[in-house]
Design a protein around this ligand. Structure first.
Ligand SMILES: NC(=O)c1ccc[n+]([C@@H]2O[C@H](COP(=O)([O-])OP(=O)(O)OC[C@H]3O[C@@H](n4cnc5c(N)ncnc54)[C@H](OP(=O)(O)O)[C@@H]3O)[C@@H](O)[C@H]2O)c1
Length: 398
């Protein structure tokens, strides 16, 4: 019994509430039904009250109580979940129920060890049932993943294969939440935890275990030191989100038959300076009466002024094997990347899965945003807020 197009699980968390607010005032609101879900009925009730007229149904479900998760999933065409860190909060229960019941799923996981476990356990089952399980459907890793697909398509339109893609974030202004802090701590601690060996933790293809065409000298991010990049005319340094994004991009490359193709992702020094200026020009938020929490707890995150003032931009270049052919694109967007922008991106991924666009790739499995939705998502994001939210632009072709 499918009662709702979208069930938003983890709705009471920091990002979950932003996604709920986004869905509640979505211009296509009359086209879809949705519900909020979480483990705490009091918090859900408070959220529902704050959403006023939207008044979505509430579903209480806890990952430690499998039958409650199965029942929640049975009511959903698509489950969108922000209850993370996912490995820590038993997120596998939600993926398993979606894979078995053939319901689509999208999350914000940046935990590659969780994603790999989901691939190992549920990819084949999801292929059988047609469920699209989409990890990393926020700022990590949608701009990198769709941007790579977009830049490669510029070469392929001319009959050329890409041998190399590099990406540089030249804007990334925002902050982080309690949930993201926990995820980043887990990412840092993983090699010391003893749960996974060094080869697993440093495998650039950890999300594409059986791929053909892996490159021997590829590193996790491909951008391991400070260097001036002539194409982007910027000083690039390693990017803290690249270990997440690069692995997702390589799964997309592998499953779309685009390997061998190297991928490198960094950030510019300028992006860091601009983000620093945004923080300092408002006195870390003290000048505007809403300080940025520097050590946020679960449920906390950047204040509204920063969510609105933030922005992101990633430039990407694809080059063919003979280096004669190249294309350059950029993907840019408004709003704090991890929060205001992520809540819109995840909301649109959910809607894209729910509204069943005919043109989207059809088969199920544990996928990436580019594999599950591709250009359909790109077009949807480019149309969001009448084109004011995100843009995908071709900058140059040779
Ligand atoms: N990919 C991206 O671009 C991106 C961007 C931002 C955030 N994120 C990720 O999004 C996730 C959420 O971040 P956040 O800042 O919103 O975190 P948060 O405010 O701490 O929210 C976490 C949510 O998980 C729920 N939860 C906690 N423990 C649970 C359990 N044992 N079982 C079921 N649910 C549980 C919480 O419920 P209660 O309210 O009842 O405590 C809450 O709804 C994190 O994994 C973060 O890394 C990713």
């Amino acid at each position: 019994m499918t009662a709702h197009d979208i069930v938003l699980y983890g709705a009471t968390g920091f990002v979950g509430q932003l996604v709920a607010e986004y869905l509640a005032r979505h211009p296509e609101g009359s086209r879809f039904s949705w519900a909020i879900a979480g483990r705490n009925p009091d918090k859900l009730n408070a959220l529902r009250t704050s959403l006023a007229d939207a008044a979505p149904e509430m579903i209480v479900a806890d990952t430690s109580d499998r039958p409650s998760i199965d029942a929640m999933v049975s009511k959903a065409r698509v489950v969108v979940t922000t209850a993370g860190p996912y490995a820590e909060y038993g997120g596998d229960a939600v993926v398993e129920a979606c894979a078995k019941q053939g319901r689509h799923y999208a999350d914000l996981s940046g935990e590659y060890w969780f994603q790999r476990a989901m691939i190992d356990q549920f990819h084949e089952e999801a292929q059988r049932t047609g469920a699209k399980i989409v990890h990393a459907a926020g700022i990590d890793s949608v701009p990198s993943d769709l941007g790579t697909q977009f830049v490669i398509e510029q070469l392929e339109r001319r009959g050329k294969r890409a041998a190399q893609v590099k990406a540089l974030f030249t804007d990334y202004a925002g902050s982080f939440s309690g949930g993201s802090k926990k995820t980043l701590e887990a990412l840092e601690q993983l090699p010391k935890s003893g749960k996974y060996d060094a080869a697993f933790c440093s495998d650039p293809y950890v999300l594409a275990p059986r791929a053909e065409g892996k490159l021997e000298h590829e590193t996790v991010t491909g951008w391991d030191r400070r260097r001036f990049d002539r194409d982007f005319r910027a000083l690039g340094v390693p990017f803290f989100m690249a270990p997440i994004n690069a692995r997702i991009v390589r799964r997309s490359l592998a499953l779309s038959g685009r390997l061998p193709c190297s991928y490198a992702e960094g950030t510019s020094v300028g992006a860091g300076l601009k983000a620093g200026w945004l923080w300092m020009s408002r006195g870390l938020g003290y000048f505007v009466g809403a300080p940025i929490p520097l050590s946020p707890k679960p449920g906390q995150g950047p204040p509204e002024w920063l969510r609105r003032a933030g922005k992101f931009r990633v430039a990407l270049k694809a080059t063919s094997a003979t280096v004669e052919h190249a294309a350059m694109v950029d993907v840019r967007g408004r709003g704090d990347p991890g929060y205001l922008a992520t809540s819109k991106i995840l909301g649109e991924v959910g809607l894209c899965l729910a509204l069943g666009h005919e043109e989207a790739p059809r088969s199920g499995g544990v996928l990436t945003p580019a594999l599950a939705l591709g250009s359909v998502l790109r077009e949807r994001l480019a149309a969001t807020e009448r084109g004011e939210f995100m843009q995908f632009r071709v900058l140059a072709e040779t």
